[in-house]
Design a protein around this ligand. Structure first.
Ligand SMILES: [Fe+2]
Length: 342
């Protein structure tokens, strides 16, 4: 067993290269599971490795950007080799389910590990990690004490000071869907109108670029996912970003919009049993913490205690379910477009 394990480990490392289609006798011996992942975090590999060591099942990770996973699966159809699909954001995982790319299944373990608001009522996907959409502000540009909720960004006092990521980002689509569920159509429309009329900078391509501009004072206030700021603070993007992130004040609305990364069983999975085992592992306290720790996300239960998150305030997730975010996605996009959100 020892020589096989040693061999499998080196194979495992190789199989993590993008799109590697290598085959090896260990596949036959221990089983395998092919993962199409839109979680482009190198640190996920450690979690897959741990799963292999516990079960002998070899996960083969195929990383690609989220939209191309969905396109890839549609193109591959019945011939797809995917067993598991991992995607970030409620809108994406719900869209994959709607497009018939996932299959329903029931697992007692998953039903136990994943709180019901974080899983598909039809059993097509389960959340694995959580992320919070936070407000960031530059205290030299705005009165931070006046900003507590997403709604506050519509305040006319913030004219010319609000910066937003582009409408096509699912993160913002899910935030708007969240507000639609919580506050209804009329209030959400007013909020969108007020907030977009406070925007003067061109809409941003990503959360990191937006954080940098809030730090530099080009923007007074913006909305991003919490882990981008944490990663900058941790120095992962270099020392320049680290010092920029220090200039930003993080405001975690109470309650906050919480989004997820999630996994589901691919419709044409050929290794169903192994795939469910891997999903159960990823959603377990060990697996979820393993995924969330290095990326500064939060696990499914409890919250990251990373020192970079200490100044962010505590998280109190609002009552909106991930499935509701999917239901309201199309409407959210329509309303964003009408409000002038570019
Ligand atoms: Fe992200």
């Amino acid at each position: 067993m020892i020589p096989i394990q040693r061999f499998a480990l080196s194979f495992l490392a190789g199989s993590f290269a993008i799109g590697s289609g290598l085959l090896h006798p260990i596949d036959v011996l221990a089983g395998e599971v092919r993962v199409y992942s839109g979680r482009h975090y190198a640190t996920d590999r450690q979690v897959f490795k741990k799963f292999y060591l516990e079960t002998g099942i070899v996960p083969k990770l195929i990383e690609t950007t989220d939209m191309s996973i969905i396109e890839k699966l549609k193109r591959e159809g019945k011939n797809s080799k995917a067993d598991i699909i991992l995607l970030v954001d409620a809108a994406r995982i719900n869209n994959a389910a709607k497009a018939g790319l996932l299959q329903s299944y029931r697992s007692e373990k998953l039903d136990k590990e994943v709180p019901s608001k974080y899983r598909d009522p039809k059993g097509r996907w389960y959340a694995l990690t959580r992320r919070v959409r936070i407000i960031i502000a530059n205290p030299s540009k705005v009165d931070v004490s006046q900003i507590k909720t997403y709604a506050d960004l519509a305040d006319p006092k913030l004219k010319g000071k609000v910066c937003l990521r582009k409408r096509n980002s699912p993160y913002n689509q899910s935030l708007v869907a969240d507000q639609l569920v919580l506050r209804g159509e009329v209030e959400t429309r007013k909020w969108l109108k007020g907030m977009t009329s406070n925007v003067s900078e061109p809409y941003f391509p990503g959360d990191i670029a937006l954080t940098r501009d809030v730090a530099r004072g080009t923007c007074g206030v913006g909305i991003v996912n919490h882990y981008y700021v944490a990663r900058m603070l941790a120095g992962i993007n270099g020392s320049r970003d680290e010092s920029l992130a220090r200039k930003v004040k993080v405001i975690t609305p109470n309650p906050a919009h919480v989004n997820v990364s999630a996994g589901g069983l691919a419709r044409y999975s050929k290794n169903k049993e192994e795939a469910i085992k891997l999903l159960e592992y990823l959603a377990s306290p060990d697996g979820s913490r393993g995924l969330a720790g290095p990326t500064f996300e939060h696990p499914l239960n409890g919250y990251s205690q990373a020192k970079e998150l200490r100044g962010f305030g505590s998280v109190n997730p609002d009552k909106v379910t991930i499935s509701q975010l999917g239901e309201y996605n199309a409407k959210a996009i329509r309303m964003m477009t009408r409000s002038g959100w570019e």
